[in-house]
Each structure stands twice: as C-alpha cells, then as structure tokens.
Design a protein around this ligand. Structure first.
Ligand code: PEP
Length: 261
C-alpha cells in the first residue's frame, strides 16, 4: 500500500527580513514540534534562506525557495542557481508561480527547463499551475491547467516525474480571499492526476497535488477531506507563525490517501 504523505507549504513571497525570518522560525518550531503526519515546507525569500538553514537544522520543517534559474552558472545577472539553493539546505523550490508567469513573463518552456534542472540536482519542484477567471468563466480551466502541466513536464522520465509536487492555484483565488470550493479544487486536482497518469501511469497516484488560493486555518480541514487534494500551498496565511501553525494542526490529515497501489 502506498501513501501520499500530505504537504503544507508556506509561500512567504516578498516578505520578511532576516531578523523577521529568524524570529518566525523560533516561534513556529515551538508550535509544530509535535506534528508528524505531514511534511511542512517554508518557502522563503532568497536572503532569508541561509539564516533559516541554521534555525531549521534538525527540525521537522523543510526549506524551500520561490524560484530559481534554469542555468547552472554564468553571466545571468540577478539569478540564483539550483546549486546555490542546495548550498543553503533548500530541498524544495516553487516553480511557475502565477505571479512569476504574469508579472515576470515566465513561459511554460522556461518552467520546463527549471523543473528539469531542479530534479537534476535533487531539489523537489513544487510546480504551480492555474487558470485565470476569464478562462474559468469560459469553461476552459481544465484545458489550460492540463496544458500547463503537460508542457512543464515535457521530456521527463517516469523516475523524474515521481519526484515532483504539483500545486493547483486558480489565479482568481490567490490573495483575494476567494477560495475555490473544495469540490472545484478536487475536480481540478483529479484532472491534474489524470494528466500525470497519461505521462507516468499508475505512479501518478503517488504524486502530492496541493491546492493553493486563500487557504486559511478555518478552511483547510474541508479541503483536506477531498481525495485528490493532498495539502496546500499557502501565501498570506503563512506569514504569521502562530496562524500558520494553527492551519497545519487543523489540516488533520487522513493517515492513508491511497490504497492498493
Ligand atoms: C500563493 O501565493 O501561492 C497563495 C496561494 O497565496 P494566498 O494563500 O495568499 O492566496
């Protein structure tokens, strides 16, 4: 029997100085030290990663970045490489967040190169996909999201695919206070799993698929009851350590999500 271990990842976006991050880590670790049923990831700004490496060492909380370059090194002013992230003990990296796609023009092709690079060095990509409100209203949300998944994962082996996390984040729900209903989240996460199945067969049942978009301490439990929602990517509600710890505790994961694999 295989189990998809639930994942709750915080995305701090462009918030927190080094001292704020250190202060957060101390408070947060105290609150979540007894959590055993899910993986917790903090995706911090680049400048806070090294100090957090020291704070989170030997804790149950994993460290993630919010972006990285597809190149190894070289004349890429302003970029951060996968190896640099590894050097500060990052094990996860958010790739293709809608804010990067929309504001910084990231394309599916670039995201595909970044996913490949992350996997090559052993980082786990948290691949973000999601439709905007127009596409949802036009009934094209599934087509868009399945296309984003396929293009971002093009050319990956089954072994590589088995090391990814996907986050479904409808753009209209990010930072707006509007959460997709748990049924809508389930429907899209199931569509994403169907796409993964077409790429990698039954092993798709082992891939964590997260929901993101105004997830809070008071709506996480309902989302987690859906069979294909394996956790959450949390922006605003991850910024306060006590609030985020409460959300994690409320996630109350079911012990086994997949049977008979
Ligand atoms: C995010 O940034 O990935 C996100 C889901 O933000 P929020 O939780 O604030 O909607």
């Amino acid at each position: 029997m295989a189990i998809r271990r639930p994942v709750i990842a915080g995305n701090w976006k462009m918030f927190k100085t080094v001292s704020e991050a250190e202060d957060y880590a101390v408070k947060f670790l105290e609150e979540v030290k007894d959590v055993t049923d899910l993986d917790i990831i903090l995706c911090a700004p680049f400048t806070a990663l090294y100090p957090l490496k020291n704070e989170l060492e030997e804790s149950i909380v994993h460290l993630g970045a919010q972006n990285m370059a597809w190149a190894d090194e070289g004349a890429y002013t302003g970029e951060i490489s996968a190896q640099m992230l590894q050097d500060v003990a990052c094990t996860y990296v958010i790739l293709g967040h809608s804010e990067r796609r929309e504001m910084f023009g990231e394309t599916d092709g670039e995201i595909n190169k970044k996913v490949k690079k992350a996997l090559t060095v052993g980082l786990t990509p948290i691949l973000c996909v999601g439709e905007n409100l127009n596409l949802r209203e036009e009934g094209k949300a599934v087509e868009r999201v399945q296309g984003q998944v396929s293009r971002a994962l093009e050319g990956l082996s089954t072994e590589e695919l088995s090391r990814i996390i996907v986050a479904y984040e409808p753009i209209w729900a990010i930072g707006t206070g509007k959460t997709a209903s748990s049924k809508d989240a389930q429907q899209m996460c199931a569509s994403i799993r169907a796409t993964l199945t077409s790429l990698m067969g039954l092993d798709a049942e082992k891939i964590p698929i997260l929901y993101g978009g105004s997830v809070k301490a008071d709506n996480i439990a309902e989302l987690m009851t859906e069979p294909d929602v394996d956790g959450a990517l949390v922006g605003g509600a991850s910024l306060d350590p006590l609030n985020f710890a409460k959300l994690i505790i409320n996630a109350n994961p079911l012990p086994a999500r997949v049977e008979g694999i």
